[in-house]
Design a protein around this ligand. Structure first.
Ligand code: FE2
Ligand code: FE2
Length: 175
């Protein structure tokens, strides 16, 4: 199903990014310089690709249609699970940004620790979230949505990808 294939592909890109971020954070712990420009590009990727292009699309298309057609179980899974987790991931992103800016002002060990802690918090949250969607939510949607609704989701996803070309064509996190 096209609409789900796009979301699965985006998870691969996002999870690939979490691996790269984790590698960089480990290197910092091992003594490498803190590359604040890399971290700022990472925050840009999180906000514009993971949170806007991907999460927004899930919310506007798939989640909406699942709630419409699949009733209370889908609604519970989405409202108290997925939407809460989309929001939860915004906290470490904002804190990571603050830590990067603080480190540029004052490259202290405490500011470095904040970068490592908030960066890894984001990595853990997103891995858990994307895995839950890959293994539970998307298969549930694929199994239970009607063929008509799947067609609507495919069509709306296609239109969304056309509108958001700058991000729909990203194949991996750009370094
Ligand atoms: Fe999500
Ligand atoms: Fe997702």
């Amino acid at each position: 199903m096209y609409g789900l294939d796009i979301l699965y592909k985006e998870h691969k890109n996002i999870l690939n990014f979490t691996n790269i971020l984790e590698e960089r954070l480990v290197k910092i712990l091992e003594g490498d310089e803190v590359d604040t420009e890399f971290l700022k590009r990472g925050i840009y990727f999180i906000r514009n690709y993971a949170d806007t292009h991907h999460h927004q699309k899930e919310e506007d298309i798939l989640f909406k249609k699942m709630i419409e057609e699949l009733g209370p179980l889908a609604e519970k899974l989405i409202r108290s699970g997925m939407l809460v987790e989309h929001d939860l991931a915004r906290f470490p992103t904002g804190e990571l940004e603050k830590a990067v800016l603080a480190f540029e002002e004052n490259p202290s060990t405490k500011n470095k620790l904040d970068i490592l802690a908030h960066g890894m918090n984001y990595v853990y949250l997103l891995r858990r979230h994307a895995t839950k969607e890959d293994e539970v939510l998307y298969p549930f949607a694929d199994k239970n949505l009607s063929e008509e609704m799947k067609e609507i989701i495919n069509k709306e996803t296609k239109e969304y990808e056309e509108r958001d070309k700058d991000f729909s064509q990203i194949e991996e996190f750009f370094i």
